[in-house]
Design a protein around this ligand. Sequence first.
Ligand code: 48H
Length: 261
Amino acid sequence: MNKKTLSDIVISRAIIESFSDKLIEYLETDVAIVGGGPAGLVAGYHLAKAGIKVSLFERKLSIGGGMWGGGMMFNEIVVQEKGRKILREFGVPAKKYREHYYTADSVQAVSTLCSRATLAGLKIFNLIEVEDLMIKNNAVRGLVVNWSAVSMANLHVDPISVESRFVVDASGHPCEVAHLLEKKAKIKLVTETGGVMGEKSMWAEAGEGSMETNTREIFPNVYVAGMAANAVFGSPRMGPIFGGMLISGERVAQLIKKRLK
Ligand code: 48H
């Protein structure tokens, strides 16, 4: 191969410049999603499909959160009827196990959600974690982000800010945005206690049943979705049934679309 046609330095410049362009473009967005699990991906897909400028920040290298591992590393997930409909819209096949129960291959489910969401226009930034929020005049105005490697290496490196009209806490069990609000702003969330109530023990039916109503705005401009929603409102966990996560992602997108109209 002619050396002149493939320069190592051009390859490096291409990566640095195209990533920088992407990040600069998304320093100001309509919606910033924290967490790339199923709830965040479904939310991102619907928002992007509606023409809304939406970014997603994921701390890990891979997108998909807790969905890859199915239940106890058996890489199958269970969904109920409503969840199956959502999977079908994405083109993920689900097999009927028995009345009301369907299974899907978790790897196929995650990779398809991610592919469809990014093709719809969701911009994903992996390896970046949300470490703080921009709070001005009693409302959240955006995120404060840093490379995940910085906190992993315990380095003292200052973050940068990303402005966004709405933030979605789709960070799963730890509901990190809600905790940041409690810790940093000492404000009241719209829960019974005014704070994060904490996820309750396993009860699939109750956990799945509460997911849709728990998907809501918890503080001006901050919505909570997926497992984080149940953790904030003190509802049970549900194990490896994922319909609720998909439903919650769809719901949060609907709520934000209304606000942006
Ligand atoms: C950047 C962050 C940050 C941060 C976290 O855990 P997830 O898969 O979340 P959901 O709600 O989409 O799905 C929950 C589901 O996977 C699950 O755990 C279930 C159904 N459990 C039931 C049970 O009984 O156990 O994804 C959240 C993602 C993860 O990838 C995190 O790495 C990421 O959010 N994340 N990313 N900045 N501060 N905090």
